[in-house]
Design a protein around this ligand. Structure first.
Ligand SMILES: [Zn+2]
Length: 747
C-alpha cells in the first residue's frame, strides 16, 4: 500500500503504486557501487552538504562505544552482495509452502548462521489455497470474445515463460462457478456502493467489477457481498498504475496490459494469520480440535473473487450499458465507462485447492549481554506471489546485508545489551501468516519486547519513507540522520527534501493524477519536520503492534512501481528501474541495521510518549468534530478523553525530561516505557476481538490505512451513539492507564 504523502509501503494490502514525482532512479544519480561499499563514503554529490553523522545519541549516557559500533556496522552492507542475495532469492517463483520457498528459507538460514546468529526454522501448518483452474469468459454478447485470464506477456522479459508461475488468483476466494451480468463499481469503496444504490443499480446476483486501488482489496468483496453480489472481479486500471502514469514495462516501470495483481482477499481487518487458528499458533502438532473449521472463520470471503489485467478487463468494461459512470469513476481505457448492469455477461469458474500447508519462518537470535530477556524484534517476509524482486525480496536482501554487518560486529567481540531476534516470515502474502502465528506462539516472551522493526518492500525506488507509532517517530528521524544517502547528505536530508517537494507540487496541482491516490488523514501534528506515517495494516507488524502492543516501525524506499504482485516484479525489472547499482539496497540495509542496533544497547529506551500523547489529543479532537456532525446535539462529551490525552502528554513530557537528563534508575524507567504501549491494549474492538490496540487498527472500510482510535471513530462513522459512548469510556480508561504507568516514574 502506499500513502502518497507519507511514503509508507506495505505489501499484503498494498494496492498500487507509489506516485513519485521523480522518475525512476537513473544510473547517473548513483555513486558507483564500489565507491559506496568500500566505506561509509564521504564523497557525496556536490549539490548537497557532505554527510556528517551526529555525535550524540538520545538514550545513551556515553555514546562513544555505540558510535564506534555503528561506524563499523555502516561500513559493511555491500551493494554487490545485496545484488547476489536478490538474484539468488528471486531465481524462481517461490510462493509460500512451495519447494522453492523452502529453498529460500534454507538460504536465509545459511546467511544467518554465517553471521553468527543462533538460527533455526520454525514450521507452521496453515489453511491456504493454490489455484487449480481459473477461468473468466465473456459469454454475452455473442460478438465479444474474451477467454481469460491471459498469460502475462510482454515483448521481452527473461522470466515470463517459467511454467512455475501461478495463474493470477486471489488467495482465500472460495471455489465457485457464476454466470451473471456485470456492474462496474469503481474502486469498490463504501461510497462507491452507496452511489450505485442511489443510482438505482441493484447488485443482487451480479458480478461486480472493481478496480484496484484506494482501499485494501479484501474490503471490496467484503462490501460487494453485503449488497448481494454473486462474484467480484478486481482489475488493474491503467489510470492507477499503467500507461496513464508513464511508459509501461519493458520500456518503463509501469504495469503492462497483461500484468495482473495477485493478492489475498482475506478479511484481515477481522483477524490475520491462519483462518482456522485466531489467537493461537498453528504449530505442526496442534490438535485438530483446537482449530475452528474454515466455514466458521469470520475472516474468509464467501463469494468467488478473481483478479484481471486491463487487457482482459477491457472487453467487459467496453460492453457495459446502463448509465454513464460518474466522471470521477472514469479510468484510462479509451472509451466512456458505463456502470451496467450488462448487457455483457461473464462466466467465472474458479477452482482452488484448499489444504493445510507447511510454511517456514526462519529465526535468528543474538543473545543480549545485559538484558537477555528483553527483546528487540525485527522481520521481513520472504514469500512472494511470483519472483518478488521488490516485494518482498528487496527487503530480504537488505536484511541479509544488515545481518552481515551485525556478524562483523559479533566477530569483533561486540554484544548488544538486549536480545535481538531477526525473522524471515513466510506466507505474509496470504494474510501475514508467518508473523501472526509466531506472535501468537510467543506472546509471553514478546510481552518483554521493546520494539518491532518491520521491512517489507525495502526498495522500489529512491524515496525513503517510514511509518511508526508516535513514540518512535523522532527515533526514526534520528536514525535517518546517521546514515548517508546515495544522493548526498543523510537519508534524513533527502527524505525531507523529497517530502517538501511533493508537498509543494500537491499544493500547486490539486487536480493532478495524484488526487486519485488515497487521501490520508492529515498527520496529527503540523510540525515543521518530515512526516512519519501511522501504521494501519498490510504487513507483518500487525500482530506485534495491534494484537500484543509492541511499539512498531515500518520502513521502505519507493518510486514508480507498476508491476506489484505480477510476474514482472522480477530481477530484470528491479535492476532496470528500482536500483541499478544497488546503492539503495545498501542504504536500506544500513537504516534497518542501525535502528535495531541502537535500540538494543540504549541505556534508556528512546520512546517519546509526549509526542504520542499529543497525537492522540489531535485524534480525539478530530473525532469530537465528527461526532458533532453525525450526532448533532446528542453528541457525547469528549471532555474525559481530552483530559486523559492531555494527562498522557504531560506524563510523557515529564518522563522525557528524565530520559533526556539520564538521571534516575534506567531499569525502572525502561520498564515503564516498555509497559506504556501495552496499557493501550483493550479486550478487543467491537466485532473483532483479535485487534486489541485502542489507538491503531486497520479500518474495516479501508483495510490498509490506519484508523486511529478505531473503536470510537468506527462507532461514530456507523452513527451508533451507544457504542460511541462505550468506546469513549474504554479509550479514556486506556489513556489514563498509560499515563498512570508513566507517572510512576515520578514517584
Ligand atoms: Zn510484501
Amino acid at each position: 500500500m502506499i500513502r502518497f504523502i507519507l511514503a509508507t509501503f506495505a505489501c499484503a494490502l498494498s494496492f498500487a503504486t507509489f506516485l513519485s514525482s521523480q522518475q525512476s532512479a537513473t544510473s547517473t544519480a548513483h555513486p558507483s557501487a564500489a565507491q559506496q561499499s568500500a566505506t561509509v563514503s564521504t564523497k557525496q554529490s556536490a549539490a548537497t552538504a557532505p554527510f556528517t553523522p551526529p555525535d550524540k545519541i538520545f538514550g545513551y549516557r556515553d555514546p562513544t562505544a555505540e558510535l564506534n559500533a555503528e561506524k563499523t556496522f555502516l561500513a559493511v552492507p555491500d551493494p554487490l552482495l545485496a545484488k547476489e542475495h536478490l538474484r539468488t532469492l528471486t531465481a524462481a517463483p517461490h510462493v509460500a509452502g512451495s519447494l522453492e520457498d523452502r529453498k529460500t528459507a534454507e538460504y536465509v538460514l545459511g546467511q544467518y548462521k554465517a553471521a553468527g546468529l543462533d538460527a533455526y526454522i520454525q514450521e507452521y501448518k496453515v489453511w491456504m489455497a493454490l489455484p487449480l483452474d481459473i477461468r473468466v469468459d465473456v459469454v454475452e454478447p455473442e460478438n465479444v470474445i474474451m477467454h481469460g485470464p491471459s498469460p502475462e506477456k510482454v515483448s521481452e522479459d527473461p522470466y515470463q515463460n517459467d511454467p512455475r508461475i501461478l495463474p493470477a488468483f486471489n488467495e482465500y476466494s472460495p471455489s465457485g462457478d457464476v454466470t451473471a451480468e456485470v456492474v462496474y463499481a469503481n474502486y469498490g469503496r463504501a461510497e462507491d456502493f452507496a452511489k450505485l444504490k442511489e443510482m438505482g443499480i441493484d447488485l443482487k446476483g451480479k458480478i461486480v467489477i472493481v478496480r484496484y486501488g484506494e482501499v485494501f482489496r479484501g474490503v471490496k468483496p467484503f462490501l460487494a457481498a453485503q449488497y448481494g453480489a454473486a462474484g467480484v472481479i478486481i482489475y488493474s486500471d491503467p489510470w492507477d498504475d499503467g500507461y496513464f502514469k508513464g511508459d509501461k514495462y519493458p520500456k518503463g516501470p509501469w504495469r503492462p496490459d497483461t500484468a495482473v495483481q495477485r493478492g489475498s482477499v482475506q478479511y484481515l481487518f477481522r483477524y490475520p494469520g491462519d483462518p482456522t487458528t485466531p489467537g493461537i499458533a498453528s504449530v505442526p502438532n496442534l490438535p485438530a480440535s483446537s482449530r475452528i473449521s474454515p466455514e466458521a472463520a469470520t475472516d474468509l470471503p464467501r463469494i468467488p473473487i478473481t483478479p484481471l489485467s486491463y487487457a482482459d478487463a477491457t472487453p467487459i468494461l467496453a460492453n457495459l450499458g446502463g448509465p454513464e459512470s460518474p466522471r470521477s469513476w472514469q479510468g484510462a481505457l479509451p472509451f466512456t465507462y458505463h456502470v451496467g448492469p450488462g448487457p455483457v455477461k461473464v462466466h467465472m469458474a474458479l477452482k482452488l485447492n484448499y489444504q493445510f500447508v507447511t510454511i517456514w519462518d526462519v529465526l535468528g537470535v543474538v543473545r543480549g549481554s545485559q538484558f537477555p530477556d528483553e527483546w528487540v524484534l525485527t522481520g521481513n517476509h520472504r514469500d512472494a506471489w511470483v519472483y518478488g524482486a521488490v516485494d518482498p525480496n528487496s527487503g530480504t536482501a537488505a536484511q541479509l546485508e544488515a545481518v552481515h554487518g551485525i556478524g562483523t560486529l559479533l566477530k569483533s567481540g561486540w554484544r548488544p545489551k538486549r536480545t535481538m531476534l531477526f525473522a524471515s516470515w513466510d506466507a505474509e502474502e496470504e494474510g501475514l501468516i508467518g508473523s501472526t502465528e509466531f506472535a501468537e506462539q510467543h506472546a509471553k516472551e514478546i510481552s518483554r519486547a521493546d520494539a518491532y522493526f518491520n521491512m517489507d518492500v525495502a526498495v522500489a525506488g529512491p524515496d525513503f519513507g517510514a511509518s511508526a507509532v508516535p513514540s518512535l517517530k523522532q527515533y526514526m528521524r534520528d536514525v535517518a540522520k546517521s546514515v548517508p544517502s546515495p544522493m548526498g547528505g543523510s537519508v534524513y536530508d533527502q527524505w525531507k527534501a523529497t517530502a517538501e517537494k511533493k508537498e509543494s507540487e500537491r499544493a500547486s496541482h490539486p487536480d493532478a493524477p495524484s488526487s486519485s491516490m488515497p487521501q490520508v488523514e492529515p498527520t496529527a501534528i503540523a510540525r515543521q519536520d518530515v512526516k512519519v506515517g501511522d501504521l494501519g495494516s498490510g504487513s507483518d507488524y500487525t500482530a506485534f503492534l495491534q494484537h500484543l502492543g509492541v511499539p512498531s516501525v515500518d520502513i521502505g524506499s519507493h518510486g514508480p512501481y507498476g508491476v506489484y504482485h505480477s510476474a514482472f516484479d522480477n530481477f530484470a525489472w528491479f535492476t532496470k528501474f528500482a536500483d541499478p547499482t544497488f546503492v539503495y539496497e545498501q542504504e536500506m540495509a544500513r537504516i534497518y541495521g542501525l535502528e535495531i542496533i541502537r535500540m538494543a544497547s540504549a541505556d534508556v529506551l528512546p520512546l517519546n510518549y509526549e509526542e504520542y500523547g499529543k497525537e492522540i489529543g489531535e485524534y480525539v479532537k478530530a473525532a469530537e468534530l465528527k461526532a458533532k456532525t453525525n450526532f448533532g446535539t446528542q453528541a457525547p462529551s469528549f471532555a474525559d478523553a481530552t483530559k486523559a490525552a492531555a494527562r498522557l502528554e504531560k506524563a510523557g513530557g515529564d518522563i522525557l525530561k528524565m530520559q533526556t537528563a539520564l538521571t534516575g534508575d534506567a531499569a525502572v524507567l525502561n520498564l515503564l516505557l516498555r509497559n506504556a504501549e501495552r496499557a493501550f491494549l483493550i479486550d478487543g474492538l467491537p466485532d473483532r476481538p483479535w485487534y486489541k490496540h485502542s489507538i491503531y487498527a486497520p479500518g474495516e472500510h479501508t483495510g490498509y490505512a490506519a484508523v486511529v482510535i478505531p473503536g470510537v471513530n468506527e462507532a461514530i462513522e456507523s452513527k451508533d451513539l451507544a457504542v460511541t459512548q462505550k468506546q469513549l469510556q474504554i479509550l479514556t480508561a486506556a489513556l489514563n492507564r498509560a499515563a498512570g504507568v508513566l507517572e510512576a516514574g515520578n514517584k
